[in-house]
Design a protein around this ligand. Structure first.
Ligand code: HC0
Ligand code: SF4
Length: 575
């Protein structure tokens, strides 16, 4: 162990610890900006470029970056000397000198780490007159807006995209203050291999990366008397939305969310969870079909659009293994415009479907032309994120925490606990197993919780015996982990039957459209805990018990994985 003192406090830490981490063990905070370590995601942005975390080390002439300097025996550190404080302020002033001064209207606004730091350090004026850059803003995709003028070259996005997701869209070009973060050949995002997972946006400290804002489009639809506007909410939204209104992470706000959506003026409030239950019916039948007809295994889940785009780009030779199921929110969209439109006797073209998702890739997904085959309109018209919904609630001056709980509308608002857990990594397969077990054995599954599939491990594996056959399954989150397993499949070294893959670490609860976690992984764990609590509180916890699903097959779809289901609920992939 290494012994040192920090601000006269004796500290003992293992060798290799940085001054920053050593200080944290005795509750001494040193401000940081570029530095970000997300242990569970194997993410470590440690490039020491911003020099905001500098401290004084006795015997050294220059200040040391605490995030990158390891402690040494007998070191004497001062984190709060005037010199260190002034140096930090100067660094932030320099960053602000060429930064656009549009904070009042910036999408990141109160969530900007740079703005927060300037406030924390008491920056009251910018002494350096820097020239502001004039890069073009990249509006090319339907998911992400990239404004390089607001980039502070911390490279958090680059680390996320290359280290965790292994997509490698960004790289730093040039040195020192000349550095710019670019895509290869400076191509617009829509022309790169970007999956729109939005994880870069989740770690961007400023407004350089934000979601494409669709709030005004929703307001417009809500104010159009000729439109029947239907909203649906993803499983992960209900366990995170409350954070936007100051509630503790892990607070379940399903009932308040429904009430808020009604107040906003939506004509029907449906639940993506209904379609998650439906996905289980379709996907489980597809798996059994493949096994019985010698189809190719493993079956890969296909509900995560960033993951779908990843395999289309990176593994075009494996396009026949993902499930052909559309993702649940697309299924709900198409059913609203067919089944439900028919019940109401209204023209599908007069319906606008809005999805509220924890995800920015869902915006891109809704635009995919393959996903409007079933009817002649798009399945889903507008996608907004959890953060955008929170904005609408604020814009309408709704007191969110005073709302009385309300219920989703029937029938596309009915769901079971199996659907709720879709929002956390492992949930889709756990839900599938609850149904597969009962369908294949005819017995009642007493213990519905499959602990082996839960938790934050990047790749989880299990062998589950059902009706005399062993099912080899894997649960993966994070695209880098997906790449590892797909390469094994390509090499013929894997013998899985079914694999769940979600692009975002933690699954949808950690999506790029969720309230910002600012690097606090405890928030993701609290959301996952809430997902499993919501499941436990549901009277029905198996998808095939959902009465509205049973009714849907009986009255409209026919057989699971049958002709009409194929036409409306399944899709195909392109390289
Ligand atoms: Fe998910 Fe979904 S569970 S992708 O993780 O399958 O976004 O929450 O809505 O569609 O249901 C996200 C979350 C969904 C879909 C569902 C799936
Ligand atoms: Fe990389 Fe995902 Fe960001 Fe695209 S959205 S640049 S894939 S981290």
């Amino acid at each position: 162990d290494i012994q040192l003192t920090i601000n006269d406090i004796p500290v003992k830490v293992p060798e290799g610890t940085t001054i920053l981490d050593a200080a944290r063990t005795v509750n001494i905070d040193i401000p940081t900006l570029c530095h970000l370590k997300l242990h569970e995601m194997h993410y470590n942005n440690n490039i020491a470029s911003c020099r905001v975390c500098v401290v004084e080390v006795e015997g050294r002439r220059n200040l040391a970056s605490s995030c990158s300097t390891p402690v040494t025996q007998g070191m004497v550190v001062k984190t709060d000397s005037l010199r260190a404080i002034q140096a930090r302020r100067a660094m932030v002033e320099l960053l602000l000198s060429d930064h656009p001064k549009s904070c009042l209207t910036c999408a990141k606004n109160i969530n900007c780490d740079l703005r927060a730091l300037a406030a924390e350090l008491g920056v009251r004026a910018i002494s350096y007159a820097g020239e502001e850059s004039e890069f073009e803003i990249d509006h090319s995709s339907s998911s992400i807006v990239r404004d390089p003028n607001k980039c502070i070259r911390c490279r958090r996005c680059e680390t996320m995209c290359s280290q965790v997701q292994t997509v490698g869209v960004y790289s730093a070009v040039g040195r020192g203050f000349e550095t710019v973060i670019k895509t290869a050949f400076n191509l617009p995002l829509s022309q790169t291999a970007c999956t729109f997972c939005g994880q870069c946006l989740a770690v961007c400290p400023t407004g350089a990366l934000t979601e494409l804002d669709q709030v005004d489009k929703v307001w417009k639809a809500l104010n159009d008397p000729d439109k029947f506007v239907v909203v649906q909410t993803a499983p992960a939204v209900r366990v995170a939305l409350g954070e936007e209104f100051g509630l503790e992470p892990g607070t379940i706000v399903t009932g308040k969310m429904v009430a808020a959506l009604r107040r906003l003026g939506f004509d029907r409030v449906f639940d993506t969870d209904f379609a998650a239950d439906l996905t289980i019916m379709e996907e489980a039948t597809e798996l059994v079909h493949r096994i019985q007809h010698g189809g190719r295994l493993p079956l890969l889940t296909s509900c995560c659009p960033a993951w779908v785009k990843f395999f289309e780009h990176q593994f075009p030779d494996l396009l026949d293994i993902p499930s052909t199921c559309k993702s649940p929110h697309q299924m709900l969209g198409v059913l609203t415009k067919s089944y439900y439109a028919k019940t109401l006797g209204i023209d599908p073209k007069s319906i606008t479907v809005v999805s509220v998702m924890p995800c920015v890739a869902k915006k891109y997904e809704a635009d995919r032309p393959e996903l409007s085959q079933g009817t002649d309109t798009a399945d889903v018209d507008i996608v907004i994120t959890t953060r955008e919904l929170a904005r609408m609630v604020r814009e309408a001056s709704i007191h969110f925490d005073h709302l009385k709980d309300q219920e989703f509308d029937h029938p596309l608002g009915e769901s079971t606990g199996a659907a709720v857990i879709f929002g956390a990594t492992g949930g889709v397969l756990e839900a599938a197993l609850r149904t597969a077990y009962e369908v294949l054995t005819g017995d009642t599954l007493e213990k519905v919780e499959f602990e082996a599939l839960r938790g934050m491990e990047g790749i989880k594996e299990a062998v589950i015996p059902i009706g005399g056959r062993d099912y080899r399954i894997a649960v993966i989150h994070g695209l880098g982990n997906a790449r590892t397993v797909l390469e094994k499949i390509q090499a013929g070294e894997s013998n899985y039957d079914v694999i769940e893959i979600m692009a975002c670490p933690g699954g949808c609860i950690g999506g790029g459209g969720q309230p910002y976690h600012h690097g606090n992984m405890e928030i993701l764990k609290a959301r996952a805990g809430a997902i499993y609590r919501e499941d436990r509180g549901k009277p029905l916890r198996k998808s095939h018990e959902n009465l509205a699903i049973i009714g849907l097959y009986k009255d409209f779809l026919g057989e699971p994985f049958g002709k009409r289901a194929h036409q409306l609920l399944h899709t195909s992939y392109t390289a």
